[in-house]
Design a protein around this ligand. Structure first.
Ligand code: NAP
Length: 292
């Protein structure tokens, strides 16, 4: 069993840290807003008051914060992971960030004798709570093997997809697919409601055919109920579509549908819906038809 420092105990990090503690590891959690350490402490874990305190003496460091600058701060800041972790420490970054930033951070880690894996996840808050995440891992094969027992505690589908940064590239594709699905589901609901169709019946039958999807299973009811508590916030999905768009542009990949969905997500953010669940993209799409 390992001593694990867990940095970032938000919607995703908190249940993941609790699962690791319950599996018998010793988890020292740090969160910028200290009261979010409560569920981990209730499970028998330890609340650390700084990144340095969490990381000192840990075998493994897990990070789950929002964006590339946040991961950079946590890893390379004065009081950060690289400054305080022992040689050979395995750092697992579960956050969804830019692949190129991951590659830079992995190089900096190597210079310090630290091993970095990018391990972004999919499956949402439900996946984190149920320890059923899909985890797409980039980095060295032997580091993936060393981290496998930790991934098995929080995830169900765990795949090493290639060298450093590859996990983040796969996650960008994941976010493109999910956003496109939500946008089309939202349009379908606007269309069905405009015709006065029994939407619950419609969703049931659509779910049994080729239109069925995990997005439909997890998000259709939220849309029908206009219940957009996050979950996964629109501001984070906007961030991810930005990651996809710039990485696609870098390689000369043309993604017209992705560009359109990215603009719709940007409109949702610009009109004040950033803190809603990404299924709240429905509101932006409904407004285009003069409906709510
Ligand atoms: P969240 O609830 O906002 O949690 C983020 C945590 O990071 C918060 O506890 C926050 O602390 C902390 N944090 C933010 N900036 C920081 C910084 N600069 N330094 C130190 N700590 C910082 O977000 P989340 O939904 O868990 O998402 C985390 C990551 O997982 C993101 O990259 C997201 O894209 C990805 N993800 C999320 C989901 C989902 O369904 N939510 C699914 C898959 C992947 P405070 O409490 O002080 O704000």
């Amino acid at each position: 069993m390992s001593t694990i420092a867990f940095i970032g105990l938000g919607i995703m990090g908190s249940p993941m840290a609790v699962h690791l503690q319950n599996a018998g590891h010793t988890v020292r959690g740090y969160n910028r807003t200290p009261d979010k350490t409560a569920p981990l402490v209730e499970a028998g874990g330890i609340a650390a008051s700084s990144v340095a305190e969490a990381v000192t003496g840990a075998d493994v460091v897990a990070v789950m914060v929002p964006d590339s600058p946040d991961v950079r701060d946590v890893l390379t800041g004065e009081d950060g992971v690289y400054a305080n972790a022992a040689q050979g420490t395995l750092v697992i970054d579960f956050s969804s960030i830019r692949p190129d930033v991951t590659v830079e951070l992995a190089e900096e880690a190597k210079e310090k004798g630290i091993r970095l894996l990018d391990a972004p996840v999919s499956g949402g808050e439900a996946g984190a709570k149920n320890a059923a995440l899909s985890i797409m891992v980039g980095g060295a094969e032997e580091d993936f093997a060393a981290a496998k027992e930790i991934f098995d505690v929080v995830g169900k589908t765990i795949v090493h997809v290639g060298p450093s940064g590859s996990g983040q590239t796969v996650k960008a594709a994941n976010q493109l697919i999910v956003a496109g699905n939500i946008a089309l589901l939202a349009e379908a609901v606007v269309f069905l409601e405009a015709y006065g169709v029994d939407t619950s019946a419609a969703i049931e039958v659509l779910g049994g055919g080729l239109a069925g999807s995990k997005v439909l299973d997890q998000k259709a009811q939220k849309i029908l109920d206009r219940s957009f508590d996050p979950g996964f916030r629109i501001e984070l999905h906007h961030k991810d579509l930005g990651i996809f768009t710039s990485a696609a542009r870098e390689e000369g990949v043309v993604a017209p549908v992705g560009a359109l969905v990215g603009q719709l997500m940007a409109a949702a953010l610009a009109t004040g819906d950033g803190s809603l669940d990404h299924s709240g993209l429905f509101q932006t799409i409904a407004r285009l038809s003069g409906r709510e």
